[in-house]
Design a binder for this molecule. Structure first.
Ligand code: KG4
Ligand code: ZN
Length: 338
Protein backbone atom coordinates (compact mmCIF):
# COMPACT_ATOMS: atom_id res chain seq x y z
CA UNK A 1 0.00 0.00 0.00
CA UNK A 2 1.33 3.44 -0.92
CA UNK A 3 1.25 5.69 2.17
CA UNK A 4 -1.24 8.57 2.47
CA UNK A 5 0.36 11.64 4.04
CA UNK A 6 -1.31 14.63 5.71
CA UNK A 7 0.61 17.94 5.73
CA UNK A 8 -0.09 20.80 8.14
CA UNK A 9 1.30 24.32 7.64
CA UNK A 10 0.76 27.14 10.17
CA UNK A 11 4.07 29.05 10.21
CA UNK A 12 2.56 32.41 9.24
CA UNK A 13 -0.99 33.48 8.37
CA UNK A 14 -2.13 30.54 6.25
CA UNK A 15 -3.67 27.42 7.78
CA UNK A 16 -2.73 24.95 5.06
CA UNK A 17 -3.75 21.30 4.93
CA UNK A 18 -2.50 19.08 2.13
CA UNK A 19 -2.95 15.39 1.37
CA UNK A 20 -0.45 13.61 -0.87
CA UNK A 21 -0.01 10.01 -1.94
CA UNK A 22 3.11 8.97 -3.85
CA UNK A 23 3.84 12.42 -5.28
CA UNK A 24 0.20 13.00 -6.22
CA UNK A 25 -1.70 15.90 -4.66
CA UNK A 26 -5.16 14.77 -3.50
CA UNK A 27 -6.18 17.90 -1.57
CA UNK A 28 -4.83 21.34 -0.77
CA UNK A 29 -7.12 23.30 1.58
CA UNK A 30 -6.06 26.75 2.76
CA UNK A 31 -7.74 29.11 5.23
CA UNK A 32 -6.00 32.49 5.29
CA UNK A 33 -6.24 35.13 8.01
CA UNK A 34 -4.66 37.74 5.72
CA UNK A 35 -7.76 39.99 5.82
CA UNK A 36 -7.51 40.23 9.60
CA UNK A 37 -3.95 41.58 9.34
CA UNK A 38 -4.52 44.02 6.48
CA UNK A 39 -5.31 47.04 8.67
CA UNK A 40 -2.08 46.52 10.60
CA UNK A 41 0.03 46.40 7.42
CA UNK A 42 1.67 43.14 8.50
CA UNK A 43 0.93 39.80 10.15
CA UNK A 44 0.00 40.10 13.83
CA UNK A 45 1.26 36.90 15.50
CA UNK A 46 -1.47 36.62 18.16
CA UNK A 47 -4.21 37.14 15.59
CA UNK A 48 -2.62 34.53 13.31
CA UNK A 49 -2.38 31.95 16.14
CA UNK A 50 -6.05 32.35 17.09
CA UNK A 51 -7.11 32.10 13.44
CA UNK A 52 -5.11 28.84 13.06
CA UNK A 53 -6.85 27.41 16.10
CA UNK A 54 -10.28 28.23 14.70
CA UNK A 55 -9.50 27.05 11.18
CA UNK A 56 -7.58 23.84 11.97
CA UNK A 57 -10.31 21.19 12.30
CA UNK A 58 -12.64 22.55 9.58
CA UNK A 59 -9.71 22.86 7.15
CA UNK A 60 -8.55 19.28 7.87
CA UNK A 61 -12.12 18.11 7.28
CA UNK A 62 -12.35 20.04 4.05
CA UNK A 63 -9.10 18.48 2.81
CA UNK A 64 -10.25 14.96 3.73
CA UNK A 65 -13.55 15.49 1.91
CA UNK A 66 -11.78 16.79 -1.21
CA UNK A 67 -9.39 13.82 -1.23
CA UNK A 68 -12.28 11.42 -0.58
CA UNK A 69 -10.48 9.79 2.34
CA UNK A 70 -11.10 9.41 6.07
CA UNK A 71 -8.78 10.27 8.96
CA UNK A 72 -8.20 6.56 9.62
CA UNK A 73 -6.79 6.16 6.09
CA UNK A 74 -3.79 8.41 6.88
CA UNK A 75 -0.39 6.72 7.22
CA UNK A 76 1.73 9.68 8.37
CA UNK A 77 1.38 13.28 9.52
CA UNK A 78 3.89 15.99 8.55
CA UNK A 79 3.84 19.48 10.03
CA UNK A 80 5.93 22.62 9.68
CA UNK A 81 7.82 22.75 12.98
CA UNK A 82 9.89 25.81 11.98
CA UNK A 83 10.99 28.38 11.12
CA UNK A 84 8.10 30.80 11.54
CA UNK A 85 6.01 32.59 14.15
CA UNK A 86 6.34 30.67 17.43
CA UNK A 87 2.67 30.82 18.48
CA UNK A 88 1.42 30.05 14.99
CA UNK A 89 3.77 27.06 14.63
CA UNK A 90 2.64 25.75 18.02
CA UNK A 91 -0.97 25.41 16.87
CA UNK A 92 0.04 23.27 13.88
CA UNK A 93 2.52 21.19 15.84
CA UNK A 94 -0.04 20.52 18.62
CA UNK A 95 -2.67 19.51 16.07
CA UNK A 96 -0.23 17.25 14.22
CA UNK A 97 0.77 15.52 17.45
CA UNK A 98 -2.87 14.96 18.34
CA UNK A 99 -3.66 13.43 14.94
CA UNK A 100 -0.49 11.29 14.92
CA UNK A 101 -1.08 10.04 18.46
CA UNK A 102 -4.79 9.32 17.92
CA UNK A 103 -4.17 7.53 14.61
CA UNK A 104 -0.98 5.82 15.79
CA UNK A 105 0.99 6.96 12.74
CA UNK A 106 4.47 8.55 12.45
CA UNK A 107 4.89 12.30 12.94
CA UNK A 108 7.35 14.38 10.91
CA UNK A 109 8.22 17.90 12.10
CA UNK A 110 9.61 19.47 8.94
CA UNK A 111 11.47 22.58 7.85
CA UNK A 112 9.30 25.16 6.10
CA UNK A 113 12.05 25.99 3.57
CA UNK A 114 12.58 22.36 2.59
CA UNK A 115 8.81 22.11 2.08
CA UNK A 116 8.90 25.12 -0.28
CA UNK A 117 11.49 23.17 -2.32
CA UNK A 118 9.67 19.81 -2.18
CA UNK A 119 6.32 21.18 -3.40
CA UNK A 120 7.66 21.29 -6.94
CA UNK A 121 7.49 17.48 -7.23
CA UNK A 122 3.69 17.68 -7.27
CA UNK A 123 3.71 19.56 -10.56
CA UNK A 124 6.99 18.65 -12.24
CA UNK A 125 7.88 15.20 -10.90
CA UNK A 126 10.99 14.04 -9.02
CA UNK A 127 13.38 16.83 -8.02
CA UNK A 128 16.49 17.16 -10.16
CA UNK A 129 19.21 16.82 -7.50
CA UNK A 130 21.61 18.48 -7.02
CA UNK A 131 19.80 21.76 -7.66
CA UNK A 132 20.14 25.35 -6.53
CA UNK A 133 17.01 26.69 -4.84
CA UNK A 134 16.08 30.35 -4.60
CA UNK A 135 13.49 30.76 -1.85
CA UNK A 136 11.95 34.17 -1.58
CA UNK A 137 9.00 35.03 0.66
CA UNK A 138 7.85 37.44 3.34
CA UNK A 139 10.06 35.76 5.90
CA UNK A 140 13.08 34.49 3.97
CA UNK A 141 15.32 35.13 0.98
CA UNK A 142 17.79 32.29 0.63
CA UNK A 143 19.96 30.61 -1.93
CA UNK A 144 20.37 26.95 -1.10
CA UNK A 145 22.25 23.98 -2.46
CA UNK A 146 19.90 20.99 -2.54
CA UNK A 147 21.64 17.64 -2.86
CA UNK A 148 18.86 15.62 -1.21
CA UNK A 149 15.78 17.43 0.06
CA UNK A 150 15.00 14.60 2.49
CA UNK A 151 18.34 15.02 4.28
CA UNK A 152 19.69 18.56 4.35
CA UNK A 153 19.73 21.90 2.58
CA UNK A 154 23.01 23.77 2.43
CA UNK A 155 22.68 27.56 2.78
CA UNK A 156 24.78 29.53 0.29
CA UNK A 157 23.44 32.99 0.99
CA UNK A 158 20.54 34.94 2.43
CA UNK A 159 19.29 38.43 3.04
CA UNK A 160 21.35 40.46 5.47
CA UNK A 161 18.29 42.57 6.39
CA UNK A 162 14.76 42.50 4.89
CA UNK A 163 13.32 39.51 3.07
CA UNK A 164 12.33 40.11 -0.56
CA UNK A 165 8.59 39.82 0.21
CA UNK A 166 9.00 42.16 3.16
CA UNK A 167 10.48 44.76 0.79
CA UNK A 168 7.48 44.35 -1.55
CA UNK A 169 5.11 44.73 1.42
CA UNK A 170 6.91 47.84 2.74
CA UNK A 171 7.05 49.56 -0.65
CA UNK A 172 3.36 48.77 -1.22
CA UNK A 173 2.64 50.35 2.13
CA UNK A 174 4.56 53.51 1.18
CA UNK A 175 2.41 53.69 -1.95
CA UNK A 176 -0.83 52.94 -0.08
CA UNK A 177 -1.40 49.73 -2.05
CA UNK A 178 -2.53 47.57 0.89
CA UNK A 179 -1.30 44.28 2.36
CA UNK A 180 0.11 41.91 1.25
CA UNK A 181 1.95 44.21 -1.11
CA UNK A 182 3.60 41.80 -3.53
CA UNK A 183 0.59 41.01 -5.71
CA UNK A 184 -0.43 44.72 -5.80
CA UNK A 185 3.07 45.89 -6.82
CA UNK A 186 3.23 43.11 -9.43
CA UNK A 187 -0.11 44.26 -10.90
CA UNK A 188 0.83 47.97 -10.93
CA UNK A 189 4.25 47.22 -12.44
CA UNK A 190 2.67 45.74 -15.56
CA UNK A 191 1.79 49.25 -16.76
CA UNK A 192 5.08 50.82 -15.68
CA UNK A 193 8.57 51.32 -17.10
CA UNK A 194 11.17 49.24 -15.24
CA UNK A 195 13.91 51.62 -16.42
CA UNK A 196 12.08 54.79 -15.35
CA UNK A 197 13.93 55.14 -12.02
CA UNK A 198 17.45 53.79 -11.39
CA UNK A 199 16.98 52.22 -7.96
CA UNK A 200 20.09 50.66 -6.36
CA UNK A 201 21.07 46.99 -6.83
CA UNK A 202 22.51 46.41 -3.36
CA UNK A 203 25.18 43.73 -3.11
CA UNK A 204 24.90 42.81 -6.79
CA UNK A 205 28.66 43.14 -7.20
CA UNK A 206 29.38 41.49 -3.84
CA UNK A 207 31.02 38.08 -4.34
CA UNK A 208 28.84 36.44 -1.66
CA UNK A 209 25.38 34.99 -2.39
CA UNK A 210 23.84 37.30 0.20
CA UNK A 211 21.28 39.94 -0.76
CA UNK A 212 20.01 43.12 0.90
CA UNK A 213 16.74 45.00 0.35
CA UNK A 214 16.66 47.52 3.16
CA UNK A 215 18.65 50.16 1.23
CA UNK A 216 16.37 49.72 -1.78
CA UNK A 217 13.28 50.25 0.36
CA UNK A 218 14.85 53.44 1.78
CA UNK A 219 15.75 54.62 -1.74
CA UNK A 220 12.11 54.19 -2.77
CA UNK A 221 10.96 56.12 0.33
CA UNK A 222 13.40 58.98 -0.43
CA UNK A 223 12.33 59.11 -4.06
CA UNK A 224 8.66 59.30 -3.02
CA UNK A 225 9.39 62.13 -0.55
CA UNK A 226 11.21 64.09 -3.23
CA UNK A 227 8.47 63.64 -5.83
CA UNK A 228 5.51 64.08 -3.52
CA UNK A 229 2.26 64.83 -5.31
CA UNK A 230 3.45 63.65 -8.71
CA UNK A 231 4.23 59.99 -8.25
CA UNK A 232 3.89 57.68 -11.26
CA UNK A 233 2.90 54.62 -9.19
CA UNK A 234 3.28 52.13 -12.04
CA UNK A 235 6.81 53.33 -12.85
CA UNK A 236 7.87 53.24 -9.18
CA UNK A 237 6.52 49.69 -8.85
CA UNK A 238 8.13 48.49 -12.08
CA UNK A 239 11.51 50.08 -11.26
CA UNK A 240 11.53 48.78 -7.67
CA UNK A 241 10.46 45.30 -8.79
CA UNK A 242 13.14 45.25 -11.47
CA UNK A 243 15.83 46.08 -8.89
CA UNK A 244 14.70 43.18 -6.67
CA UNK A 245 14.41 40.55 -9.37
CA UNK A 246 17.60 41.68 -11.15
CA UNK A 247 19.69 40.95 -8.04
CA UNK A 248 17.86 37.72 -7.16
CA UNK A 249 18.13 36.17 -10.61
CA UNK A 250 21.74 37.30 -11.14
CA UNK A 251 22.85 35.71 -7.86
CA UNK A 252 20.86 32.53 -8.46
CA UNK A 253 22.35 32.03 -11.93
CA UNK A 254 25.85 32.73 -10.57
CA UNK A 255 25.32 30.14 -7.81
CA UNK A 256 24.38 27.56 -10.45
CA UNK A 257 27.43 28.39 -12.56
CA UNK A 258 29.87 28.42 -9.62
CA UNK A 259 28.64 25.01 -8.46
CA UNK A 260 28.36 23.48 -11.92
CA UNK A 261 24.65 22.83 -11.38
CA UNK A 262 22.18 23.12 -14.25
CA UNK A 263 18.87 23.14 -12.37
CA UNK A 264 17.39 26.13 -10.57
CA UNK A 265 14.28 25.86 -8.44
CA UNK A 266 12.46 29.03 -7.40
CA UNK A 267 9.91 28.98 -4.57
CA UNK A 268 8.23 31.00 -1.83
CA UNK A 269 5.55 33.68 -2.12
CA UNK A 270 7.66 36.08 -4.18
CA UNK A 271 8.14 33.32 -6.79
CA UNK A 272 4.54 34.16 -7.73
CA UNK A 273 5.90 37.46 -9.10
CA UNK A 274 5.40 37.62 -12.85
CA UNK A 275 8.60 39.59 -13.55
CA UNK A 276 10.76 37.31 -11.38
CA UNK A 277 9.39 34.32 -13.29
CA UNK A 278 10.01 35.97 -16.67
CA UNK A 279 13.53 37.21 -15.92
CA UNK A 280 14.55 33.91 -14.31
CA UNK A 281 13.27 32.13 -17.43
CA UNK A 282 15.26 34.46 -19.70
CA UNK A 283 18.53 34.31 -17.75
CA UNK A 284 18.36 30.56 -17.20
CA UNK A 285 17.76 29.98 -20.92
CA UNK A 286 20.83 32.11 -21.71
CA UNK A 287 22.95 30.20 -19.21
CA UNK A 288 21.73 26.72 -20.20
CA UNK A 289 20.06 26.20 -16.81
CA UNK A 290 16.76 24.38 -16.48
CA UNK A 291 14.29 26.38 -14.40
CA UNK A 292 11.53 24.91 -12.28
CA UNK A 293 8.95 27.15 -10.63
CA UNK A 294 5.72 25.83 -9.12
CA UNK A 295 2.46 27.45 -10.21
CA UNK A 296 1.80 30.67 -8.24
CA UNK A 297 -0.75 29.06 -5.87
CA UNK A 298 1.87 26.57 -4.75
CA UNK A 299 4.59 29.21 -4.26
CA UNK A 300 2.75 30.85 -1.36
CA UNK A 301 2.40 28.98 1.93
CA UNK A 302 0.18 25.91 1.79
CA UNK A 303 -0.27 22.44 3.25
CA UNK A 304 0.48 20.63 0.00
CA UNK A 305 4.16 21.52 0.30
CA UNK A 306 4.38 19.98 3.76
CA UNK A 307 2.53 16.85 2.62
CA UNK A 308 4.79 16.66 -0.46
CA UNK A 309 7.91 16.71 1.71
CA UNK A 310 6.35 14.25 4.20
CA UNK A 311 5.60 11.90 1.32
CA UNK A 312 9.27 12.05 0.18
CA UNK A 313 10.49 11.46 3.74
CA UNK A 314 8.32 8.38 4.17
CA UNK A 315 9.45 7.04 0.79
CA UNK A 316 13.12 7.64 1.70
CA UNK A 317 12.70 5.77 5.00
CA UNK A 318 13.71 8.79 7.10
CA UNK A 319 13.14 8.36 10.85
CA UNK A 320 10.11 10.29 12.17
CA UNK A 321 10.21 12.98 14.88
CA UNK A 322 9.55 12.28 18.56
CA UNK A 323 6.08 13.03 19.93
CA UNK A 324 7.56 15.72 22.19
CA UNK A 325 8.65 17.61 19.06
CA UNK A 326 8.98 21.33 19.80
CA UNK A 327 7.95 24.22 17.56
CA UNK A 328 11.23 25.92 16.63
CA UNK A 329 10.76 29.47 15.33
CA UNK A 330 14.47 29.61 14.38
CA UNK A 331 14.83 26.08 12.96
CA UNK A 332 18.11 25.98 10.99
CA UNK A 333 17.75 25.34 7.27
CA UNK A 334 20.23 22.44 7.42
CA UNK A 335 17.71 20.49 9.50
CA UNK A 336 14.98 19.00 7.28
CA UNK A 337 13.30 16.88 9.99
CA UNK A 338 13.30 17.90 13.68
O1 KG4 B 1 5.65 32.20 1.15
P1 KG4 B 1 4.65 33.21 1.62
O2 KG4 B 1 3.19 32.96 1.30
O3 KG4 B 1 4.72 33.40 3.17
C1 KG4 B 1 5.92 33.50 3.87
O4 KG4 B 1 6.49 32.44 4.22
O5 KG4 B 1 6.33 34.67 4.06
O6 KG4 B 1 5.11 34.63 1.03
C2 KG4 B 1 4.36 35.81 1.27
C3 KG4 B 1 5.10 36.97 0.63
C4 KG4 B 1 4.50 38.34 0.94
O7 KG4 B 1 5.52 39.22 1.33
C5 KG4 B 1 3.89 38.77 -0.40
O8 KG4 B 1 3.87 40.17 -0.58
C6 KG4 B 1 4.82 38.09 -1.37
O9 KG4 B 1 5.11 36.84 -0.79
N1 KG4 B 1 4.19 37.91 -2.68
C7 KG4 B 1 4.62 38.52 -3.81
C8 KG4 B 1 3.72 38.16 -4.84
N2 KG4 B 1 2.77 37.32 -4.30
C9 KG4 B 1 3.09 37.19 -2.98
N3 KG4 B 1 5.66 39.33 -4.02
C10 KG4 B 1 5.85 39.81 -5.27
N4 KG4 B 1 5.03 39.52 -6.30
C11 KG4 B 1 3.95 38.71 -6.14
N5 KG4 B 1 3.14 38.43 -7.17
ZN1 ZN C 1 6.84 30.37 3.16
Amino acid sequence: MVPLVLGIETSCDETGIGIVRDGVLLADAVASSVDQHARFGGVVPEVASRAHLEAMVPTVQRALATAGVALRDLDAVAVTSGPGLAGALLVGVAAAKAYALALDVPLYGVNHLAAHVAVDVLEHGPLPEPAIALLVSGGHSSLLLVEDVTRTLQPLGQTVDDAAGEAFDKVARLLGLGFPGGPAVDRQARDGDPAAIAFPRSMLADPSYDVSFSGLKTAVARWLEKHEGQVPVADVCASFQEAVVDVLTAKAVRACRDHGIDHLLVGGGVAANSRLRALAEERCAQAGIRLRVPRPGQCTDNGAMVAALGDRLVAAGIAPSPLDLPADSAMPVELVVA
